[in-house]
Ligand binder design. Structure first.
Ligand SMILES: [Zn+2]
Length: 305
């Protein structure tokens, strides 16, 4: 995990290093305005997509669905919700340090005309580096200085005093990095029990398993609903087709399966708009039932608000 400063190659929302414009996608949800912002992507080992199925079965699925035989890309999409009274950011990206291909959020905000100083709530679904580390700059400075930083009590407690889970050596840096980020934002933090409303119309949902204190976010305005899944569901194809497959990225895999199934069932029944943090950008769509499993249906690009 290298420390790579962002900013040098970026201005006015254009990520010149990547040869691609920095991406944001805006839509209305009732009277709220929602902006999905790409923070870049992670490259992850494909074998970790399922740890409880035979290797040939996983390899076959990965190949058939063009996921990437050895490695796959997980897109990263943060969300800003403008309620009229509040500007709420959900997750902060990887800050260019989770992996060097993360950290585009600040350029995305600039491109979308959103001043980070105007964000008054930052909801952290959980404290993995690709969600938390972007809240803090390379010099340790707080990125969203006006924002109350909201995280579940269980998540904070877990990372500040991680039980001896036999974290592999390569994960030590993650624990230390999380604790450093927590220390940087400590005086802005508000620790909550999942389920409470953050501001009017935006509530947290208890979705543990990926991490002990993982929360998803429910947004409701004027009869319209949006569920921001966070990492309760991590892959737009595999997680839906095989919700029972154990993801190597989940901490408590049985609990993660139960949470995933509960959330998918709810979303297939209630039919809200859904936004997945690691789905292909902008990660907006719906959940359909497919036999005993589910299917992700991307929504059509909206050309107007
Ligand atoms: Zn993640």
């Amino acid at each position: 995990m290298m420390a790579v400063p962002i900013g040098a190659a970026q201005s006015a929302g254009v990520n010149r290093a990547a040869g691609q414009v920095t991406a944001y996608y805006r839509f209305k949800l009732g009277t709220f305005t929602v902006t999905a912002l790409s923070d870049g992507f992670l490259t992850l080992p494909s074998p970790l997509l399922a740890t409880n199925v035979a290797e040939p079965e996983l390899k076959g699925f990965v190949r058939a669905n063009y996921i990437g035989d050895d490695q796959f890309r997980a897109q990263i999409t943060a969300v800003v919700i403008d309620t009229g009274d509040h500007l709420v950011l959900v997750d902060a990206g990887g800050g260019g340090r989770a992996q060097a291909t993360t950290g585009l959020l600040m350029a995305g905000l600039e491109g979308a005309g959103i001043d980070p100083a105007d964000i008054d709530r930052l909801v952290l679904t959980h404290a993995h580096p690709d969600h938390l580390w972007g809240a803090v700059g390379g010099g340790g400075e707080i990125r969203f200085a006006s924002a109350r930083h909201i995280i579940s009590d269980a998540e904070w407690a877990f990372w500040m005093n991680p039980p001896d889970l036999g974290f592999p050596e390569r994960w030590r840096g993650m624990v230390e990095g999380n604790q450093n980020a927590f220390r940087a934002i400590a005086d802005r933090i508000e620790r909550i029990k999942p389920g409470v409303e953050v501001v009017t119309g935006i509530a947290t949902i208890d979705t543990p398993g990926h991490t002990p204190g993982h929360m998803s976010v429910h947004v409701a305005s004027d009869g319209e609903e949006l569920v921001i899944t966070g990492d309760a569901i991590t892959h737009a194809v595999l997680s839906f087709a095989h919700p029972d497959w154990h993801s190597g990225f989940d901490g408590d895999r049985d609990k993660a399966v139960a949470t995933r199934r509960r959330l998918m069932d709810l979303m297939a029944t209630d039919r809200p708009l859904v936004l997945g943090y690691h789905f292909p950008f902008p990660g907006v769509g719906h959940v359909a039932r497919e036999g005993d499993a589910y299917r992700w249906v991307s929504e059509q690009w909206r050309w107007s608000l």
